[in-house]
Design a protein around this ligand. Sequence first.
Ligand SMILES: [Fe+2]
Length: 488
Amino acid sequence: MDTDTEKKRILIVDDEFSICEVLAQFLKKDGYNVSMASNGEEAIGIIGRENIDMIISDIKMPGISGVDLLKRVKESAPSMPVLMTTGFPTLDTAIEALKLGAYDYMTKPFHLEEIGEKVRRAFNAKKLQEENLLFSKLVSLHEVTKELTATLEVHELNFKFLDYSMNMVKADGGALLLIDQTGKLAISETSGKHFSPEYWLGKIWVTLSRHVAQLHEPLLLTAASPPLIEDLPSIPPEAGSLICFPLKTASRVIGVLNLVRTKEHDFFSNLDLEIINVLASQASIAIENVRLYSNIRDNYLKTIRAFALAVEAKDEYTHGHSENVMKYTVVLAKHLGLPDHEIELVKYAGLLHDIGKIGISENILNKPGKLTVQEFEEIKKHPELGARIISDVPFLKSLVPMVLHHHEFYNGCGYPLKIAGNAIPFGARILSVADAFEAMTSDRPYRKSLSQEVAINILIEEQGKQFDPQVVKAFLEIIHAGKVSHGR
Ligand SMILES: [Fe+2]
């Protein structure tokens, strides 16, 4: 939509009817639409109802003066051009009007040509101002869309998208609706001090949202727009203007963004609609990607859980071990400040670290007494066996180093490769502490569980020997902070 091709509407405010008439005739001939008001109150009513592009107002009027009207207009619609007229010119009133944001000032009696010229100039100045605004908004749009596409968590992305949209077009309220698995539009996020989540369930909003989702086209409605859908008011009574925007990917509509500005503020413009267009097209792609990504991630986790359960099915004593190790590794990794994608890797490795036990005899795994040297040698094969199993699965490959090295000792006396210190992958060092603590505080075929205190003392004793001291320190901090407690 191009505002230039639409007729501009000018509101003339003057308590002298003849002046209104003469001005109106002249401006209509120049191609403008004209509304007239004989005082400030009437003018405010018209501004609330109609889409006014410029105001020409007398300064001296009974009731609300032209200067008061100017102040009110500038509060709610700072970019609205206002031309002031007066029959009693003083420098003070002129300066005051200009200070308050009037575009220009004319003294009566005026030449109509002079008015025509000032009106044109005011519109040109507004256009330039809008273009500058568009440019600055485009710069921030670029930043915002970059940030949106870098967000990988569903709720965070939805929240940011609504928040940015509201800020960019100065909306008073907003709601993001997404189409759920059953094909229905459901509220995902809402925002705005005076707009509760229930507000967006109102009939008008539900109908408008469905309407734009079906038509794949956005709506910009103002209090001045004619009714859009039969049996429905064109706009909610508390709103001055609204935008309903369908969120589209290449193949389908995935949701709707609703934005509202209250009556007290300027109407949304076509420029606002353009800004939302840019933002929405980027956000739609980002939302769809994050959804796909989280689906893949969920399936991935399900597969890994199935693997872990397959191992535990062989050994009733280790039931729940992998899940607990996973919980500890995640808390530890977060506490140690690992980036999100590494936390995720450590998490999966926690679940899967003993997958190699699938290849170890159940008789050895479940043996109640002490293991012979030979049996222990057999058990020691499970990290390499596990690494071999998962190295053939493309999406598990990145876990190989952690699974392979989860029994290495910090001092180099572990297995299978006897590597030491920082040569052991950090994830494996984390896993080692989590695994040991979980094992010590659980019953085993050959012993009862140790108390948490005893297990902690062993971790402390083994700092720098079996375990990385940095990881033990982090684990103790977590335990003291109450973030981890052992309980099955
Ligand atoms: Fe293990």
